[in-house]
Design a protein around this ligand. Structure first.
Ligand code: HSE
Length: 426
């Protein structure tokens, strides 16, 4: 019998215990052994959980227990679980973690420390979708060309409601919190940080990139309004918060990878544009397999526990392999391109004085920054009679050029407030 100890028995932990009991027959058939959760660690021992396992409030009761074979880390946070996972590995225990933040910061140190001891993390990225297994195993014959994913259910829920029902941002954020989709601090969701952790994990497996959240472009959905939604619809786009990892050839740096999380206009007919509500989806393009798409629940107790248990079964079967998928190290790893080298089409929105010469001034500024306009529209500014909103789509240009142009636009006297920008993937 394989004995499991869970650090952090919340919603997901309780689902792990329940599924291991209720699906015990199929799980034992697949793993070859009986798997049982014997103990768990919780913060509040007084709370009734209805689980038939030994509970403690001291993580070392599991990490140092010689009876425990596999430690499942579901605590959240970074430094405390890092210390505990390291200690569990030093004690020779296999570890399964769902902790994306821990891996976004410490995956390479943990891989080094784990060596041949299994350390698995399917539940860390896109919940129940087996995207880690797909990249680590299913697509391992391919050079990966790109990953594009809806990796945050809260943002996808909010954007879907804003697009399909005309909902206002603040009201819909409150609704997502009430429904329990958002993280305790929703900035983590709407600011793109949650998605960035998941993207970094996938980028390590796909491209061998060792980067931290601070190294990549991360923006959220906080500035999107109904003007942007209407414009996107008119021009055939959906708006999604995407994690994007794309292999490109850069003039200065050669072959490298763009890593970025931001609100993105994507063609309405693309498969990923049709993924609505709280669901997640990840599209991966391999050089041999072509485009593949993975869709499912990115959060929730049972869906996340499904991923945790798949890792446990894999460990019990003896299918380990190196944590990030490379037996021979990462010397081949691709370069992370600097943020300012990113190339994209851009949508820009600005509120300007409604008087002659203003449009000429704005387009002159684009021309001076070597930015070419692909489409434009002028709307009334509903809040100010004497102003209009100018909306532009640019041809492809470099991030540093658009950022410089935005700064220059915001210095113009005829422009009010800040210039809003959404990147476009064609
Ligand atoms: N808050 C996250 C989401 C949960 O909305 O997708 C899973 O990481």
């Amino acid at each position: 019998m394989v004995k499991i100890g869970i650090l952090g028995v919340g919603t997901v932990g309780a689902s792990v215990v329940k599924i291991l009991e209720q699906n015990a027959d199929i799980i034992e058939a697949r793993a070859g052994q009986k798997i049982v959760v014997t103990s768990g660690v919780v913060k509040n021992l007084a709370k009734e959980r209805g689980l038939d396992i030994k509970l403690s409030d001291n993580p070392l009761d599991i990490v140092d227990d010689p009876e425990i074979d596999i430690v499942v880390e579901l605590m959240g946070g970074v430094e405390e679980p890092y210390m505990l996972v390291k200690r569990a590995l030093k004690n020779g225990k296999a570890v399964v973690t769902a902790n994306k933040a821990l891996l976004a910061y410490h995956r390479y140190e943990l891989q080094e420390l784990a060596g041949d001891i299994p350390l698995m993390y399917e539940a860390s990225t896109a919940g129940g979708i087996p995207i880690i297994g797909a990249l680590r195993n299913g697509l391992s014959a391919n050079h990966i060309e790109s990953i594009q994913g809806i990796m945050n259910g809260t943002c996808n829920y909010m954007l879907t409601k804003m697009i399909n029902e005309g909902a206002q941002y603040d009201a819909i954020l409150k609704e997502a919190q009430t429904l329990g989709y958002a993280e305790a601090d929703p900035t983590f969701d709407v600011g793109g940080f949650d998605a960035s952790h998941k993207l970094l994990i996938l980028a390590s497996i796909a491209f061998g990139i060792d980067a931290k959240p601070e190294d990549i472009l991360i923006e959220g959905i906080q500035n999107i309004n109904q003007t942007d939604v209407a414009f996107a619809k008119d021009f055939g786009y959906a708006i999604k918060l995407l994690g994007i990892a794309k292999k490109v050839h850069n003039k200065t740096y050669g072959e490298g990878v763009e890593l970025r999380v931001h609100a993105t206009m994507i063609p309405q007919e693309s498969m990923i544009a049709k993924v609505d509500g709280v669901m997640n989806a990840v599209a991966v393009v391999g050089d041999r397999v072509g485009e593949t798409l993975y869709y499912g629940a990115g959060a929730g107790g049972d869906a996340t526990a499904s991923a945790v248990i798949s890792d446990i079964i894999d460990i019990v079967r003896g299918n380990q392999g190196p944590m990030l998928g490379y037996k021979k190290g990462l010397e081949f790893g691709l370069k992370l391109l600097p943020k300012e080298e990113i190339c994209s089409h851009y949508y820009l929105r600005m509120s300007v004085d409604d008087k002659k010469g203003v449009l000429a001034t704005v387009t002159q500024l684009f021309s001076e920054h070597d930015i070419s306009i692909e489409a434009m529209m002028q709307n009334p500014d509903n809040d100010h009679d004497e102003r209009v909103e100018l909306l532009f789509i640019t041809h492809e240009c470099q991030e540093k050029m658009i950022q410089e142009a935005i700064q220059a636009l915001e210095r113009l006297e005829v422009i009010y407030g800040s210039v809003a920008m959404i990147r476009i993937e064609q």
